[in-house]
Design a protein around this ligand. Structure first.
Ligand code: NAD
Length: 276
């Protein structure tokens, strides 16, 4: 199974479907990442705050898969925003992952109340120039946060990783991203299991029509919408299910019915208000 790669605005390529490790317990991470690698995943979405970078790194190394076949993302945590602290945080993440570079480094949340995200972004530019991150981007940034870094720096983020699932489709931010040439990554692509997404008629009907599961339909909807995603599951069977999405295609009508699920239903924190 070949996962399509999407070109970023800096000329690098990212596998459109990956595996996320949020809420993967440290003691289970090596097994879970190894399973994901065996299933075929090559793109891993990590973060310092997930507390499992070292275990992700161990599993990647033990696989023997060449570094250039892997795509690894990690993120700068909120309390590390700032000039020196962001530099140190990047070095610590690389050390924990056991890598010389990450493929993508993101500012995890803007935390507008701290007002240090522009300063941190300038450090990410430096990190990219030093080769410690091949690409740099942001996460949970709203338009005003993006406008501020565009005005104060020379780099358009390669991606904005945002909460995105059928009931929270983020049309405006996606359109703004497209205007800027910035790719959109979905977090919580399955709604984090926090609402009964899989009972939506549009998903059930498409699943029945294609002989797949509603989860596979949701993943296909993201892929056909041009979104990068990395659903998470601890179960190897579901990892395989979530990866087995390249043998069918949703019709334009099915895509339209899934688009109609959008009802501004957030399951996570609002980036304008988050203070963690
Ligand atoms: P998700 O939408 O991927 O949902 C995960 C949940 O869905 C789990 O409970 C899992 O059991 C269930 N699930 C997975 N596959 C399934 C299937 N085939 N059928 C039924 N249920 C299934 O949510 P997530 O893990 O929060 O998001 C994915 C990744 O996004 C994370 O692992 C992390 O890497 C990233 N993330 C980033 C941020 C951020 O602020 N940048 C926030 C949250 C998550």
């Amino acid at each position: 199974m070949t996962v399509p790669k999407i070109e970023l605005n800096d000329g690098n390529f990212i596998p459109q479907l990956g595996f996320g490790v949020f809420q993967v317990a440290q003691e289970e991470t090596e097994r879970i990442v190894t399973d994901a690698l065996e299933v075929g995943y090559r793109h891993f979405d990590a973060a310092m705050i997930y507390g499992n970078e070292a275990q992700v790194g161990k599993a990647l190394k033990a696989s023997g898969i060449p570094r250039d076949e892997l795509f690894v993302t990690t993120k700068l945590w909120n309390s590390d925003q700032g000039t020196d602290s962001a530099r140190d945080a990047m070095d610590l993440s690389l050390e924990k992952l056991g890598l010389d570079y990450v493929d993508l480094y993101l500012i995890h949340w803007p935390r507008p109340d701290l007002d240090r995200y522009l300063e941190s972004w300038l450090v990410l530019e430096e990190i990219k120039a030093a080769g410690k991150a091949r690409s740099i981007g942001v996460s949970n940034f709203h338009r005003p946060h993006l406008e501020k870094i565009l005005a104060g720096s020379n780099t358009v983020p390669a991606v904005n990783q945002i909460e995105l699932h059928p009931a929270f489709a983020q049309r405006d931010l996606r359109a703004y991203g497209a205007e800027l040439g910035m790719r959109i990554e979905a977090w919580g692509p399955l709604g984090q299991g926090k609402y009964d997404l899989f009972s939506e008629a549009a998903l059930k009907d498409a699943a029945a029509a294609h002989g797949v599961t509603p989860a596979q339909v949701v993943i296909r909807w993201h892929l056909q919408s041009g979104i990068i995603l990395f659903p998470k599951s601890n179960s190897r069977a579901r990892m395989a299910e979530n990866f087995d999405v390249f043998g069918f295609e949703l019709t334009a009508d099915e895509m339209a019915s899934i688009n109609a699920i959008d009802r501004d239903q957030r399951v996570g924190a609002n980036p304008d208000e988050a203070t963690f």
